[in-house]
Design a protein around this ligand. Structure first.
Ligand code: G3P
Ligand code: CA
Length: 252
């Protein structure tokens, strides 16, 4: 499960399917989730935001323009409007009719079929909005299979107050001067830098390990890069190509 986040000695990296298997299916849809799950990904990563009427949905961008046949900022659209959108045709005609899933639907599916979630709390949400997401995780009885990440330190502080049992990851595009101190302050289970950020100081992986904190690196899609980050000792790799990374792990 996602609570066992540290990579055991000699074990392969944990495979995290970015927005689902988003190289093979439309991101943040049930198709992407299913392809990622079948590929053998250990976790599915998805981005979560609230609709106008306060329902958590999977959506990366602030607007629905790029990944659906609709337009507008997701916070201006009701769940009734979101439920009518086609989130598959933009990717390929064979995915026509794919829906924008609610977080509840996704969690119910993972609970039934298996799989853990790396839930990214996207954009700036209020404490109450973050609480609405936690409520869904609780209602779906998935608190033991969800790992929360965010670029927002406020989001992580609120999740810790609301649900201290949920493991937390901080996303960073630039390393903090002292990642271990930040991890301790925010109660992190994992520190999650971009690949480029980690390249500036790979030694933080060992420092974090000494403090019992994992490293999840994003978003890494080529074998040359998998080899490099594996060599740094990272615990998990977030990738758009989970099937290929699972295969690479097996051949390694
Ligand atoms: O999981 C890391 C990654 O998802 C953060 O960036 O823009 O793809 O959500 P983004
Ligand atoms: Ca994300």
């Amino acid at each position: 499960g996602p609570n066992g986040h540290l990579r055991p000695e000699g074990a392969p990296v944990t495979v995290i399917a970015h927005r689902g298997a988003s190289s093979a299916a439309p991101e943040n849809t049930m198709y992407a989730q299913e392809v990622g799950r079948r590929a053998g990904a250990d976790l599915i990563e998805n981005d979560v935001q609230l609709s106008k009427d306060g329902v958590p949905y999977l959506m990366h961008d602030n607007t629905v323009d790029r990944t659906t046949d609709g337009t507008g900022d997701i916070t201006t659209l009701t769940s009734a409007q979101l439920d009518r959108l086609d989130a598959g045709s933009w990717f390929a005609p064979s995915f026509a009719g794919a829906r924008v899933p609610t977080l509840a639907r996704q969690l119910a599916d993972l609970r039934t079929r298996g799989g853990d979630l790396l839930l990214e709390v996207k954009r700036a949400h209020s404490r109450e909005e973050v609480a609405a997401m936690i409520d869904v995780v609780r209602a779906e009885r998935m608190t033991d299979r969800v790992f929360v990440q965010s670029f927002s330190r406020d989001h992580l502080r609120w999740v810790h107050e609301l649900a201290p049992e949920l493991p937390l990851g901080l996303l960073v595009g630039t390393l903090d001067a002292d990642p271990v101190a930040v991890a301790e302050e925010l109660h992190l289970s994992s520190y999650n830098p971009s690949g480029g950020a980690l390249d500036t100081r790979p030694g933080i992986v060992a420092d974090l390990h000494e403090a019992g904190v994992a490293t999840m690196v994003w978003t890494i899609d080529s074998a040359a890069q998998w080899k490099r980050y594996d060599g740094y000792g990272v615990d998990a790799v977030i990738t758009n190509r989970p099937a290929e990374l699972v295969g690479w792990n097996q051949a390694r």
